[in-house]
Unconditional design. Sequence first.
Length: 120
Amino acid sequence: MFAYVQNNPVNRIDPTGHGAIAVGACVVLTIGDAAYTGYSLNKLQKEIEKLREEKQKLSKACESKNLSVKELEKLLDQINEIDKQILKKLSEETKTEIVGIYIGGPALVIFCAAAPYLPF
């Protein structure tokens, strides 16, 4: 609560009042970053689950004994394409985690720690 005076409001002051504004901005930025990262990851996970369900349906269709070789090859090609899409989504998910959690979070912490001392 008193981060803008290094948790010592008796011995330290913020005569310009900018420290409290900086702390408020940091809180808003941190919440926004966490919400966006969570939303993005949730969206990607739903897309991956949908692709996996589609792949499972195609795999079951491959088990049919009445398929010609050409039909089976077509289904297997579709399954391979879905696998590629899943890998792409997993890559996006990893990038989102890295940027949102491992880079964005610490960067905000550093900014928020320094914000009360910045001249704005």
